[in-house]
Design a binder for this molecule. Structure first.
Ligand code: AMP
Ligand code: GLY
Length: 423
């Protein structure tokens, strides 16, 4: 089989490596991929948002199956376009992807179907939003409606900060048109859990849970990033919590999307907060998380391609999705300065023995050598019998990898190790 994967980060590298385990897979094209992914797939210089070119390439190459990984092409209708050209795909169509593409759509869906989430109000008028803030409790959470590269959320500790956040989104449009509608919502507290799930629109199968570390610096300080590391499973996600999430969140969401005429087929990501009142939805993503995928897929024992095709064909209920009971840790090595300004072009030194444990996010290949080409450069993954062992093995590998001006968090998984020991 010939496969195509749209995207070019660490998440796509993890997906590609897992897909390759199926002996029927002859070739995988990555659009655009990156220099590190080139070890496992053929990079093609077509951007993830160039939907016309993606479809033309898929037809020309007679692609048997396509996986669309990033949010932008999903929201823009890449799956609709590929399907229209007769190419079966993994990923939601544009109507279903709106669950991530519009926070207002997602919040209204949860309200209509009684799915637990933070209380909220929606504003399209800046003056009304500012008036509302006068009586809203602080901290207050302000979210731009549309996709904003994962940056459209501001947590304002004071009323003054909240006003500034609303003005920056609605008047100055710091997130572009995404900010012409904003959601102002209640600040929730509690541990965060990421649960990715497979769903064919009827059946939902949660994958192993994980914990992301979004802030740039140790101790959850510094700016929000795309994610600096992950562990799986997430120890806060106990069997009782899992059951409550299935009954109150996962199944109701799948049924709601179907009832709205937007059945969701693909990977639906539930960003949850375990509040004192029970689990609540912080956000939905219409895709695999990054870097959650880098710890979740190495623990998947079933064949990924088989599961993905079952999702596409509506046969998930009859398909086994089995996870290992081991643990995984991913430490992201980034360019110094990320998520702000950083320099690129530094040579990567990765011992050959570690090649299989590295998912490359931002590197280019030149004369057989890899050079840094992005903020997040790579994710280093280890799997072990305990979380503690996985964390220490991941850091052991990180120490053997180097490039100039690298930085990484030293405390990935520390909070997870404290779960249950806090009192
Ligand atoms: P998002 O970009 O939607 O993933 O949000 C980024 C981060 O903001 C989340 O991972 C949470 O830590 C935080 N966050 C979002 N919404 C809320 C909320 N209602 N209460 C508290 N924290 C929130
Ligand atoms: N790691 C969070 C995300 O993929 O949005």
């Amino acid at each position: 089989m010939k496969l195509l994967v749209v995207g070019g980060g660490g998440r796509e590298h993890a997906i590609i490596k897992k897909l390759k385990e199926n002996p029927a897979v002859e070739e995988i094209f990555a659009l655009p991929g990156n220099g590190g992914i080139a070890a496992d797939a053929t990079p093609v210089p077509i951007g993830a948002k160039e939907i016309g070119k993606i479809v033309a390439f898929a037809q020309e190459q007679k692609i048997d199956y396509a996986v669309v990984a990033p949010d932008d092409p999903l929201v823009l209708g890449a799956v609709d376009a590929l399907n229209a050209a007769g190419i079966p795909c993994f990923g939601p169509n544009a109507a279903a992807a709106e669950i991530e593409g519009s926070k207002v759509f997602a919040k209204n869906l949860m309200k209509k179907y009684g799915i637990p989430t933070a209380a909220y109000e929606v504003f399209t008028d800046c003056a009304e939003a500012l008036a509302y803030l006068e009586t809203a409790p602080v901290p207050t959470v302000i979210k731009a409606d549309g996709l904003a590269l994962g940056k459209g959320v501001i947590i304002a500790e004071t009323r003054e900060d909240a006003r500034a956040a609303v003005r920056s989104m609605m008047e100055d449009q710091i997130f572009g048109a995404s900010g012409s509608r904003v959601v102002i919502e209640e600040f929730l507290t509690g541990p965060e859990v990421s649960v990715l799930s497979f769903t064919d629109g009827e059946t939902v199968v949660p994958m192993i849970s994980s914990m992301d570390h979004k802030r740039a610096l140790d101790g959850d300080r510094g700016l929000n990033t795309g994610g600096m590391g992950t562990v799986a499973p997430n120890p806060y996600y106990t069997p009782e919590v899992a059951q409550a999430c299935m009954e109150k969140i996962f199944l109701p969401t799948i049924r709601a999307m179907k009832a709205e005429g937007r059945p969701f087929r693909g990977c639906l990501y539930f960003g949850l907060m375990l509040t004192p009142e029970g689990p609540k939805v912080i956000e939905y993503n219409c895709r695999f998380g990054d870097p959650e995928t880098q710890v979740v897929l190495p623990l998947l024992e079933s064949d990924l391609l088989t599961v993905m095709q079952a999702v596409t064909n509506g046969r998930l209920a009859d398909t086994e999705v089995r996870f290992s009971d081991r643990c995984a840790c991913c430490v992201v090595m980034a360019s110094e300065g990320y998520p702000g300004k950083y320099e690129t072009g530094f040579e990567l030194q990765i011992p050959p023995a570690l090649k299989e444990d590295v998912f490359v996010a931002g590197a280019r290949l030149e004369s057989g050598k890899l050079y840094t080409a992005g903020g997040r450069v790579l994710g280093v993954v280890a799997v072990a019998d305990t979380l503690e062992a996985a964390i220490s093995a991941a850091y052991g590998k990180v120490e053997k990898i180097s490039f100039a001006h690298s930085f990484y968090r030293r405390d990935i998984g520390r909070r997870a190790l404290l779960a249950g020991k806090e009192n």
